[in-house]
Write a protein that binds this ligand. Structure first.
Ligand code: PNS
Length: 163
């Protein structure tokens, strides 16, 4: 039986830390769907289309990964995909409380869907999309923590801020 997993998130934008988790997941599961939340209540730095495009380009080297977007409840989307697993990355203990609560909430909503945590490489333990955006905004360098394609998009978006 083939096991399909969904790796959901905001990915605003995708970072090398996300790519690391996606690569690890793709070695464990037959198919991984990286899916970006369409959040009507929160406007991101990039549109969902831009985020999907960056994710597709950054993950094109992994054959069993697809990129998609979703709205509504994650567990409903996971069921629509005929998947049984939710992947989440863990960077530090500080992530754990939020992730644990979300996993329990999702289990309460759908007992047949498992949350599977993958621990990051320590070199990405401090990397987040929000810190990448902020560093770039204030003219710092993020070249080592995002793929080239994302770096270029950030450059376009924040060009006015770069000295
Ligand atoms: O990368 P993020 O922002 O930490 O991802 C959070 C995400 C998208 C996984 C989470 O907010 C989510 O699943 N939202 C969809 C709505 C939902 O199902 N909420 C119940 C789970 S608490």
């Amino acid at each position: 039986m083939k096991i399909k997993a969904v790796y959901p998130g905001s990915f605003d934008p995708i970072t090398n830390g996300h790519i690391y988790i996606a690569e690890r997941a793709a070695k464990i599961f037959d198919e991984v769907i990286v899916s970006i939340l369409i959040n009507e209540r929160k406007q991101g730095a990039f549109t969902v289309e831009e985020r999907c495009e960056m994710a597709r380009e950054s993950l094109a080297h992994i054959k069993n990964i697809k990129v998609d977007s979703f709205n509504g409840l994650l567990v409903d989307y996971v069921k629509q995909c005929n998947a049984g697993v939710i992947i989440r990355g863990l960077r530090a203990m500080s992530d754990f409380e939020y992730e644990f609560q979300m996993a329990l909430m999702n289990r309460q909503l759908a007992t047949d869907i498992e949350t599977f945590f993958i621990v990051t490489d320590p070199k990405y333990s401090y990397v987040s999309s929000s810190s990448v955006r902020e560093i770039f905004h204030f003219g710092g360098t993020v070249k080592d923590v995002v793929p080239e394609t994302v770096f270029e998009k950030l450059r376009e978006r924040y060009s006015a801020c770069i000295k």
